[in-house]
Design a protein around this ligand. Sequence first.
Ligand code: PEP
Ligand code: MG
Length: 761
Amino acid sequence: MILETLRRIVGEVGRARDLTMALEAIVRGVREALDVAVCSVYLVPRAKVGDPDAPLMLMATEGLSRKAVGRVSLSPSEGLVGLVAQRAEPINLDNAPQHPRYKHIANIGEEPYHAFLGAPILLRGEVLGVLVVQDYASRRFSDDQESFLVTLAAQLASSLVQAELSEAVARPPSSRKKVVGEAIRGVPGAAGVASGTAVVVYPQADLEAVPDRHCDDPEIELARLKAAREAVRAELIALRQGMAHRLPEEECVLFDAFTMMLDSESLFAGIERRIRAGAWAPAALRDTIREYAAVFEGMDDDYLRQRAEDVRDVGTRLLEHLQEVENGIRDYPERTILVGREITVTHLAAMPEGRLAGIVSARGSSASHVALLARALGVPAVMGASELPVERLDRRELVIDGYRGVVHVDPHGALREELDRLVREEAQLSAELATLRDLPALTPDGARVHLYVNVGLLADMAPANNVGAEGIGLYRTEIPFQVRDNFPGEEEQTRIYREVLAAYAPRPVVLRTLDVGGDKPLGYFPIHEDNPFLGWRGVRLTLDHPEIFLTQVRAMLRANKGLGNLRILLPMISGVGELERALELIDQAHAELREDGLNGEAVQVGVMIEVPSAVYQVDALARRVDFLSVGTNDLTQYLLAVDRNNARVAPLYDSLHPAVLRAIHDIVAGGRRAGRPVSVCGELAGDPLGALILLGFGIDSLSMSAGSLPRIKRVIRSVPLKHARQLAWETLTCERGDEVRAMLRAALRDYGLGGLIRGDE
Ligand code: PEP
Ligand code: MG
C-alpha cells in the first residue's frame, strides 16, 4: 500500500508540466498518505544550488498559510528546516518548539504543531530543498513514516528539476529572468558548439513521451484524429469478435467500455478544443487523456479508479494510429539538433545527409555509442541531460555546448551574443584545423605517430576521408548489423567490407569482428541479461555461434581479394583460450576459401585489450597475434567498475584515472617485449589530453573519430616527444584523475592549445 502510494505520488510529480503542479502533487499526496496536519516543501533557488549559504524558500504547503508561499525564506543557519539542509539528513522530533534550532515565524499558522519530520531533497549529492511534515500532537513520527518521507524525497529531486526547467522553457524568452540559470546540464558527449532547431525523437505508442508541437492547420489534425478514431473503432470490433468464443461474455464487456470511450463526445471535444488552440493531434490527445485519467484516479470507488488504465489504453491505441500516418513524413530542418530521452543509431541513420548539427540525449554518457558516432560525424553532443524537458523542446532553437555538456534553449540577449561568438570561434577553429589535412602527424622533434579513424556507418566514411586519415584503425562491424532487420549474409557483408577496403586501399583498414551485446543490441537477436556488460558480448557470443563468426571472417577475407589492406581485430578477449579458438576459426575460414578457390591470403590479426584480465596477460596474448589495440572505453568501464552508459555514475567514468593510465603503460610495455605494435582505438585517443599522454607512453598509432583527428594532429605537431614523455612519467606519480588533467591542461595551454580543450577550463 505504502509502495503504491509512493509510486502514485512520484508518477504524478513526473507527469507535472510545471513546478507548481509538481509541488502541489507532493504536499497534497504526502499529507493524505501520512495523515498529518501539514506538509510543506522548501527549495533552494536553482541558480544557488551548491552554495552552502543559499536560502530555502517555502514553495508549497498544505496546512500552513498559503500566503506565506514564495514569501518565507530561511537561511541554512535558521530553523529546523535549515538544519535538515545543513546536515543533509532527516530530522524527526516529537516536540519541535523545544529544540534549540526551532525558529518561530509569525503569521504562517505554525503555532499549534509539535511533531516535526524533515527530509532533504538531494540531487547528485547537492541539497535542492527540504520536505517537511508536521502534526499537532507531541509524538515522534514512526520509522515507517520516516522511511516513506526519505524514500519519496530521494525520488523527487530529478522530477522537480525537470518540472522547473519545463516551466522555464515554456515561458517566452523575453520574460525569463535568470537566463543563464536555465542552461540545462548534461555531460560532454562530443566536442564543439552548435546552434540549430530541435527535432524530438520519441518512442512509438508512448503517450507520455509525445512532445509538444504547434500545428499550423487544425483541419488536417482534426482529420487525422477522425481517421484514427475510426481505425480504433474497427480494431476494437474485430478484437471483440475474435475474442467472443474464447472469453466469457463478462470479460468481453471490456471492449464495450472501450468503444463507449470512443463514442464519448466530451472526450473528443476536449481533444478538438486543444487542436483548435494550436496543438498537434498527439499532444492534444496526450493532455486530454491525462485529464480524463486523473478524474478516474481521483474517484473513491475502486472499480472506477481502475478505469483510468482503460482511458490510457484507448489513448495509446489512438496514438498508434496517429503515428502510423506520421511515420516517414518527418521533415528535418537545415540544421537539426536531435533531442530525445534516448537517441539510437537508427535515429541517426534515418537523418538525411548534411542536416545533423548536434545531438542531445537525456540518457547515456560520453562513452555511449551514440556519442562516439556524434564524434565520427563531427557534430557536438550533450549526453546524460537527465532533467531535460524533452517534450517541450520540439522545434525550439537550441545552442549546445559539447565541451561543457550544456544545452541552452532559445538563448537571447547577451547570452545569445556570447554563444554566437563561440559558434563562430568553433567554425574558425575547424577551418584552421582543416589546413593540417595533408601534413604528417610529426612531433616538432621528428617522432611519427600514425593517425587512423574509427568508422561504422557508411555515412561517416566521407568525414573520415576528408580529415586526411592514414587508414581505418577500427571499423565497428556491428553497426551495419544493427541497422538491418536480420543478419546480413556472406555476400552482403563481402560487398560492405569491400567498399570500405577499396575506399582506403592501400592504406590499412582494421575490421573488428562483431561486437554486439552490452549497449549494442540487435533487434532481431534479442539478449536479455541482468548484467549485459558482463555477459554475452563480443567474441563470447561469436565463439558460441561459429557460423556467425565464420561467415563474417570469410566475407572479410573475400573482400580483401586483390587489395591486401585488411587487418582483423578481435573484441572482448578475456583470456588465451578465447583468442586461440578465434584464431583457429580464422584459419578454418582461410582453408575453406582456399578449397573453394577464393581468396585465402594471410592477413594480420590483432587483439583488443579492453578487459582487465587481458592487461595482466598481455605478453601471452601479444605473442599469438600481430598487433594490439587498446579499447580504453571498455577498459575504463571494467577497471573502474563504472557502467559507460549510466549518466548517474558518469562523473566517475574517467579514462585519465591513474589506474587506467598505469594499465595502458603496462600494455605498451608488454607490446614492446613481444615486438608487437600497440595502438589505442578507444576515445582517449581522440581527447587532446589523452593523446598527449599516449604520445608520451610511446604508442605507435592512435585511432579516433574523424571529428577528433584534426585536433589530435595539432597536438602532435605542437608538443615534442621528449616533453610528452616527461609529462607521461609525471602523470604516473599522480593519485587522482583531476591532478592528471590539471597537469596536462596546463601543458597544452603553454603550447597555445587552450582552444582545443575549452570545456575543460
Ligand atoms: C573500446 O572499448 O574502447 C572500443 C574501442 O570499442 P567499443 O567502444 O566499440 O566498445
Ligand atoms: Mg569495446
